[in-house]
Design a protein around this ligand. Sequence first.
Ligand code: UT7
Length: 333
Amino acid sequence: MREKRYNAIITGVGMYVPEKIYDNAYFEKIVDTNDEWIRTRTGIKERRILDKGGTSVLATKAAEDLLKSKNMSADEIDVIIVATVTPDMFFPATACLVQENIGAVNAWGFDLSAACSGFLFAFQTGCSLVESGDYKKVMVIGADKMSSIVDYTDRNNCILFGDAGAAVLIEPTEDKNYGLQDSLLRVDGSGKDVLNMKGGGSLNPPTHETVNNNMHVLFQEGKAVFKVAVKGMADISYDLMKKNNLTGDDIAYLVPHQANLRIIGATAERMGISQDKVMINIDRYGNTTAATIPSCLAEYYRAGKVKKGDKIILSAFGAGFTWGASYLVWSMD
Ligand code: UT7
């Protein structure tokens, strides 16, 4: 990697999940499924559902939580990046709505669309802005109201997803021992046919026909995605460790995208990381798309489980396909 002017460190975390819960018993009532199948095939016990408002509600509350925990004023923020595939509207960007809601009067910002890898890609983008020396306080938010695009008659997919928002603040440091050290990120558009939402965009603008054909919901061929996700996430995480001369013993935490406990387990195994060093919240929230990784970071840090100097690998796989891994050294006490 080229020599950087500054390193980018995480200096704050925040998160929000709505109160309403859909547990596995709820799905037993609406589709042909059962608690045992869901738990053993996915690791999910329950998910949170946002009744009122769009993704900006989740993103705003996560941002407010972060600001409150740091006792920081929103006018200090330079940039807001919101990773989401469920924006309130195509435009304006959800980042603009968050900016207004929190009163970040000096910020610019934008949305980034990379599905389940959204936070990872937004985190890299935010870090690069900080590393350049051009921006000092970048808020990166991962938020998705997945319940707005889930087909609750599709038993293959409806049991998987939940709603959440989570945020990190990124700032510069001259100490190169901390913060983002390296990333490997990839996209491969040949995956577009097995995980997508076909309707609503410029290819298939909304019509009665697109609605009748159920084109405004998430479509996923689970088995096909599972195979590439296991390999994609495990290989890239392993490659990043090798590139940085790390072994499983060096790593304090793997923070994987929470799509399926079996994918997470396979990734950890390939990296030689024991399960107790893997951040997990899929059991309580399901797959919250862009919010999985930052919500894990927020929960584990606040529980006192993450220490300054801990070596951490973030890893994700999602629609696109998009995937990647980032290696960082935690800098907060
Ligand atoms: O986050 C973005 C990336 N996404 C992912 O990484 C998700 C990847 N995919 C997966 O996590 C898994 O493929 C699923 C959890 C979606 C499905 O698990 P699976 O072990 O791949 O199951 P399957 O699709 O092969 O289905 C096995 C059986 C089928 O029945 P038959 O054909 O064997 O009789 C399904 O019809 O399980 C059936 N099935 C269900 N049974 C009870 C599918 N969904 C359900 C359900 N309840 N909800």
